[in-house]
Design a protein. Structure first.
Length: 250
């Protein structure tokens, strides 16, 4: 069952026609990989899905609802979240605080908490704190929970960005190079975490270049080239394709 569809998507930046009638379908509870060289439109697709950019033509449907003209905030509330290459953590705040701020309807951000009885506010906050502890355990960051996010390792920061996606309770996660530049231990942690999220019914789309990771953790691959996409059901069919070998693997 498709959770997300991009139909006949065109996007140009001036004379640079990045996407030329792209069609993509993503089924619920699967992990997909977007692959292509620099400038082929991978990040553009993420920006279109999350509302940071608008398509020149075409429709984007999430859970049967058209979202191509929807704001990023509303798209997030519908159940789509993403990470970025530059991570975008609040580095001065603790690991725990970054997770807390990622929750939808965060109790600390609600104006009405200023007039609620303190016992009611405490009960609500305690529930968020409990869920935060569960996520910290899930992403292996309990021991550094009170450290500033800017002072933990790069691999731990990558785990934290995924933890924020989990706190956001999204149905669809768009991950931008989740394992790029990390150590072996955190590679395994992220691999296991994405596997677990898939079992929980989350849909994951990843931009990734590590071929071992792609082979082990892709239910489908979309290859971007010259404004178009080609779909491959598995890694073997991808690496053995003539177009891929000639323009990407050479």
């Amino acid at each position: 069952m498709a959770i997300l569809k991009l139909n006949n998507i065109y996007k140009a930046f001036g004379e640079n026609h990045v996407l030329k009638g792209v069609n993509l379908t993503f089924d619920k509870g699967m992990i997909y990989t977007l692959i292509g060289g620099n400038g082929t439109g991978k990040s553009t697709i993420y920006n279109l899905i999350t509302g940071f950019s608008k398509a020149d033509k075409g429709t984007i449907t999430f859970n049967s609802k058209k979202i191509q003209n929807t704001s990023p905030v509303k798209i997030n509330h519908l159940g789509i979240t993403r990470t970025f290459q530059d991570l975008r953590l609040i580095t001065e705040l603790s690991v725990r605080e970054n997770i807390l701020l990622a929750f939808k309807n965060n109790p600390g951000e609600k104006i009405y908490n200023a007039i609620l009885p303190s016992k009611l506010f405490k009960k609500e906050y305690d529930e968020f704190a409990k869920r935060t502890d569960e996520i910290l355990d899930k992403i292996h960051l309990t021991e550094v929970a009170d450290n500033p996010a800017g002072e933990i390792s790069y691999g731990q920061q990558k785990l934290l960005t995924i933890g924020c996606c989990i706190a956001n309770d999204a149905k669809l996660l768009l991950l931008d190079e989740p394992i790029a530049g990390i150590d072996k231990d955190n590679y395994s942690r992220i691999y296991n975490l994405l596997t677990e999220l898939k079992k929980e019914g989350k849909t994951i789309i990843q931009i990734e270049h590590n071929h071992g990771f792609i082979e082990e953790l892709s239910d489908g691959i979309y290859f971007l080239y010259d404004g178009k996409t080609t779909y491959f059901e598995n890694y073997d069919s991808f690496i053995n394709n003539d177009l891929v070998k000639n323009v990407y693997l050479k």
